[in-house]
Write a protein that binds this ligand. Structure first.
Ligand code: ZN
Length: 536
């Protein structure tokens, strides 16, 4: 309350009684602001929050309303989880839909609410919906930037307000573009600004906004057993009727931080979704370059197959267009949820067998392997590292290969080349790295497959080895051993394929070890693309 208002009200009992409704009126009217005429069919923050509460109350077995953080102005950022046994974190493929990252793009929030209602209202009556809800965990964040959306409609008119409402030090300019504030390739090129007054202001540092941090922390919380559970995502924006796959930060189709297989899968799925909704399918940077986006972060950090949908043919479509614009995406979002079981399966049966089994790791991102998990490793140098190996070569040939079999990363005994071929190779004993727990299916015919290289010089002997074991509780069973000997063995990539029938229906780990059993000679091991295939 202002000092002048206090003076006019006085300090008597009458003044105090009057004070309550007068004082409450100002913030209440701002909070209750509805959309301008012609747009009142859109949900305000309060209406959205009430809808989520109503759904969670009506469908408690399959829907939960969960707070994932707070906006700068203190609004709760809400998520809804939809799945059978919704209170339990089941080992089901997960999907994320978000909207409202940009304050003036209100159709995205409507899109996410439609998805929620298609799922909960269709559950138990529409078999396709029932199957999706039973086999997936679906996360919906309708309004990532509720402050921006509320400000955009404040005073009963639109403000073309895209950013959040966070002040910027040293300037009167308000707000950061939350979709430039994520910490993957943050601060790069494209339509991404360092000027706090710009609508694409990236913020003073990555994740400077509480809104982007809330999404970041939510995503981090979906890493279970070392692996990101969310397989596919759509972030809804407007406008342009586009389906866009990563990346926005580069115009290169397949940069080093994307595998060829992922690129093929991203394009195939994006193209299929676009065929159903009539949108144009393209790489995000085909629209314009961007850095620090939700989509690039989700794929770059977690390899989530993440798409941006640009809804509508214009900004501020009136509310009569909500039903048709969201409705035309129904097939695309249902397909996405179904595909989330194994995105790369879209590429055909060979991919389904190889990439849709009980385990699949291309080592491009960390998925929970632990070096020296038991604490018993004896190597004094050259322990396993996940990354991009540097080549080493002696007069007798290549010892550490300079590339891996997919993407840029694998596991190697000492990634760096060092000052000589003998530097950064394995020395002094054994190094091990152990996978997260793998739940094999009950079917026969599952195979453990991986790519490997084991190289040594002529000082080697049979005590030097590359070994793969299956761990079942305390029992370690060697399923693959390659031993050294007194000859020069150059690096070369090989495929191993091992029947896993005896571990069907078991929960196991894999342990990859390399040992330099004696002497000062060169021993180098590398592996990549560890998979348990589908039964075949
Ligand atoms: Zn947008």
């Amino acid at each position: 309350m202002s000092p002048s208002l206090r003076a006019r009200l006085g300090s008597g009992l009458l003044g105090l009684a009057l004070l309550v409704p007068i004082a409450a009126a100002a913030p209440a009217s701002a909070a209750a602001a509805d959309f301008p005429a012609g747009f009142t069919g859109y949900h305000t923050y309060a209406e959205m929050s009430a809808d989520l509460s109503a759904v969670a109350a009506r469908y408690p077995a399959i829907a939960r309303k969960i707070a994932i953080g707070k906006s700068y102005q203190g609004r709760t950022i809400w998520a809804v989880k939809i799945s059978d046994n919704v209170a339990t974190d089941e080992p089901e493929a997960e999907v994320l839909f978000d909207g409202g990252t940009h304050g003036d793009e209100h159709m995205g929030l409507e899109m996410t609410l439609k998805i929620m209602h298609w799922l909960v209202d269709g559950y138990g009556t529409v078999s396709r919906i029932t199957n999706i809800v039973n086999s997936r965990e679906i996360w919906i964040i309708p309004s990532v930037n509720p402050d921006g959306a509320a400000y955009d409609i404040s005073g009963g008119r639109f403000h073309l307000w895209r950013k959040n409402r966070q002040p910027n030090a040293g300037t009167t300019a308000i707000g950061t573009d939350v979709n430039r504030n994520f910490g993957y390739r943050w601060g790069g090129g494209g339509r991404t600004s360092t000027n706090p007054a710009a609508i694409t202001y990236q913020g003073p540092f990555a994740f400077s906004t509480p809104e982007a941090r809330s999404v970041r922390d939510f995503l981090a919380g979906r890493v279970v057993n070392g692996r990101q559970q969310i397989r596919m995502a759509i972030t809804f924006h407007e406008y342009g009727r586009l389906v866009m796959w990563p990346y926005g930060y580069t115009t290169t189709d397949i940069p080093a931080d994307m595998t060829v297989d992922d690129y093929k899968g991203l394009v195939a799925i994006g193209t299929k979704m676009a065929a159903s909704n009539g949108y144009r399918a393209q790489q995000a940077s085909d629209l314009y370059g961007t850095s620090g986006t939700t989509r690039d972060f989700e794929y770059g950090v977690y390899r989530i197959f993440s798409y941006t949908f640009e809804l509508s043919v214009k900004d501020y479509p009136d509310d009569a267009l909500i039903a048709s614009e969201t409705g035309r995406n129904k097939e695309a979002v249902l397909y996405l949820m179904e595909r989330a079981g194994c995105p790369l399966g879209i590429l055909g049966s060979a991919y389904r067998i190889a990439r849709c089994g009980a385990f699949d790791d291309d080592f491009e991102v960390s998925r929970g392997w632990r070096v020296n998990m038991a604490g018993t490793d004896t190597a004094t140098a050259g322990a396993w590292q996940r990354g991009d190996p540097a080549p080493t070569t002696t007069a007798a040939g290549r010892k550490q290969p300079d590339s891996v079999t997919s993407g840029r990363y694998g596991f190697a005994t000492g990634l760096a080349a060092g000052t000589s071929p003998a530097a950064n190779d394995l020395d002094g004993g054994r190094t091990s790295t152990t996978s997260p727990t793998i739940a094999l299916t009950a079917s026969a015919g599952q195979k453990l497959q991986f790519r490997w290289s084991f190289a040594h010089d002529r000082t080697a002997s049979a005590v030097d080895e590359f070994r793969v074991e299956v761990l079942e509780g305390a029992i370690a069973t060697a399923v693959f051993v390659s031993r050294g000997g007194a000859w020069e063995r150059s690096a070369s990539w090989n495929l191993a394929s091992i029947d896993m029938g005896r571990w069907a229906a078991k929960a196991i780990r894999l342990r990859f070890s390399a040992t330099d059993g004696g002497g000062s000679g060169i021993v180098e091991a590398v592996f990549d693309d560890v998979r348990v295939t589908q039964p075949q």
